[in-house]
Every structure is written in C-alpha cells, then in structure tokens.
Design a protein. Structure first.
Length: 197
C-alpha cells in the first residue's frame, strides 16, 4: 500500500523504530488518517483526517483517489522556503565574498532575519531554547545534526518536487486529451453541420 516492508511496519508498531514524518505522510496519503494524529501516537484519541474531522472507513476511498496528497506539500512549504532562503543567502555570500559581506552588512541582515524568526514564537523560554538548539547544532564540531536536518529537508523537497511534476504532467496530458477531443468535435461539426444541431 505505501511501498514499505512488513518488518518495517511491525518495527514501527512495536516501537523499535520511530515513525518518521515522511512515513506518516505516506500513511496519510494511503489511508486518509492525519499524519499529525499518527505522529502523536495516542491510541486513546480517535483517528482524524488532515482537516481534523473524525476519520471513518469512508475516507479510505478518497485517499486512494489522491484526495490527501496535497497535505504534505502544504506542510513542507515553510521548509521549502527556508531551503530556498539558504540557497539565496549562500549564493549572495559567495558573490560578495568576505569583504563584500562586511561592506554590505550582510551578517547584520542575517541576524535581523534570525531575530524576526525567533520573534514569531510567543513563549520566551521556548524561543531561547530553540535559539540555543540552533547554536548547538551548528557550532559543535562534528555534530551531524545540522547535516541530517538539512539533508532530510532536501530529500523531502526533491521527492515532493518529483511527485508534483508527475501530477502536473498527468494533468497536462489530460488537458491535452480534452483539447484534442474538443478540436475533433469542432472539426466534425464543421464537416457535418447536421451533427451540431
């Protein structure tokens, strides 16, 4: 159903393996059960859909028709934008060089962006904790956390982009087929005016 082996699923069910966000989204696409509900891992709470409505077996056919595919893309938009911002900042920094970044206050701009981002979190203790985590992840020598986080986001971005491209291509094919059929009907009507009446 989701392209995973039975042992992997059993390991997640028994708690030997943690449920990853990507796997939870795959389950949501396949079943209609919210990825958030799955990640909460609270079996006492009844399952819900991505819209928060109670999940019922009637949701399953909608999931099979692709009714829950867009949820992951929407969820990942902030991460996609963050990766795009990183790429932009990196390219600008490379273009400016060290002297250029100093001359243009590049570091001050990044610091302001950091403070603005932290300002979106209302809880001061949580804000400080997140800032300290970010510093620890990026400054501790040999910390694989940074690379792991960036690579996971990059992999998700690539996967989502591929899936989106496939859907767009399929939509374009269907649109082209409809256009061809409509054109054929118009030509047939011009050749045989009695058909259009």
């Amino acid at each position: 159903m989701i392209g995973s082996t039975q042992p992997t699923i059993q390991s997640i069910e028994t708690g030997r393996l943690p449920l990853s966000e990507a796997f939870a989204f795959a389950l949501e696409r396949a079943t209609g059960i919210s990825h958030q509900w799955l990640l909460e891992n609270n079996p006492r709470r009844r399952p819900v859909t991505s819209t928060g409505k109670p999940w019922t077996p009637d949701c399953y056919p909608l999931a099979q028709e692709g009714g829950y595919e867009i949820a992951e893309e929407i969820h990942l938009i902030p991460r996609i934008r963050l990766l795009r911002f990183y790429c932009l900042a990196r390219l600008v920094a490379d273009e400016l060089g060290y002297k250029g970044t100093v001359a243009t206050n590049f570091n001050s701009i990044l610091e302001k962006a950091t403070l603005d981002l932290l300002g979106t979190i209302s809880d001061k203790k949580l804000r400080v904790s997140i800032h300290e985590q970010a510093i620890e992840i990026t400054l501790v020598p040999g910390n694989a956390g940074t690379l792991k986080m960036v690579l996971a986001d990059a992999r998700n971005l690539v996967r989502i982009s591929r899936e989106h491209s496939k859907r767009v291509a399929a939509d374009n094919v269907r649109a082209a087929e409809r256009a061809i059929k409509a054109q054929s009907r118009r030509q047939a009507n011009r050749l045989d005016p009695a058909r259009s009446e």
